[in-house]
Design a binder for this molecule. Sequence first.
Ligand SMILES: Cc1cc2nc3c(=O)[nH]c(=O)nc-3n(C[C@H](O)[C@H](O)[C@H](O)COP(=O)(O)OP(=O)(O)OC[C@H]3O[C@@H](n4cnc5c(N)ncnc54)[C@H](O)[C@@H]3O)c2cc1C
Length: 278
Amino acid sequence: MILTRFDYARPASVGEAVALLEATGGLPLGGGQSLLVGLATGETETPILVDLSTIDELRGITPGAAGGGLRVGASTTLSELASDPEVLRLAPALAEAARANDDAQVRNRATVGGNLVADRPGPARATDLPVAAVALGATVTVADASGRRTVPAELLGSVLTPSAVVVALEIPPGGEVSGFEKWADRATRFPMCAVAVRVDRAAGTCGVAVTAATPAPIRLPGVESRLAGGARPTIREVITAVTAEPITTFRSGHGASAEYLRHLTGVLAGRALHRSWR
Ligand SMILES: Cc1cc2nc3c(=O)[nH]c(=O)nc-3n(C[C@H](O)[C@H](O)[C@H](O)COP(=O)(O)OP(=O)(O)OC[C@H]3O[C@@H](n4cnc5c(N)ncnc54)[C@H](O)[C@@H]3O)c2cc1C
């Protein structure tokens, strides 16, 4: 495949990037692991790539603003996320989701901002970080021509205007006991179901989020309340709790029925909860 022609810019600040995107109708470039594939296949076209890699504000993993938690800059790579000691300590589900991308070369280039934006939920191409971010109660800060907004991770799609730049992912305190599990289609390697959980052992509660088997990364509050109570559930109990969810929450894909994917969600949630609830 031959790439179509496009210009290339390396802005020095978020403001400059937003102004360029607004003026040109171009696309932000993270690690290029989805975008360059799209340009090569003709699925995507752009007059200009606005490379975010030289913007200092988008780099680094630092303590969260509200005391505790973490701020993860949008240009952080999946490799950095998977091996950062503070992410492993304070939000292991996020590190596990980053590591679930089993291609080391992709992990070395792909960024947090790109992975959040490249998400195509449902049976097509759900990415791994959004479901972990939702289970952890994370927020995302986005800049565009109208200013900056911070929204819950599950609402990111609603604020992605054409000039939007994802600035950072903020993980609140309380994600220390959390985990991620994924089951991929063996032929395509696209995910059939990915689940992230977060456990508050003192309160006896858990958070459960799912993607790929659902039209978007969502929490399952019905499952969370069925499992509340303090004792570590068995995998069978988690499967039973997930099986009580309405079948319309799930959708078929990769040749698998919604019933099968609901059961798979229960199995993966059970594994993740059992592992995390130590
Ligand atoms: C061989 C291979 C295997 C893969 N396996 C997996 C896998 O197992 N799990 C998984 O989750 N993904 C997987 N992917 C997809 C890839 O990891 C993700 O698409 C990647 O994380 C995207 O990040 P990026 O920085 O490369 O984004 P890019 O490709 O640069 O951009 C993706 C999209 O996000 C936009 N964008 C990028 N950064 C920003 C920003 N800061 N603000 C606003 N918009 C932005 C771009 O304009 C584009 O629309 C795989 C890809 C390949 C090629």
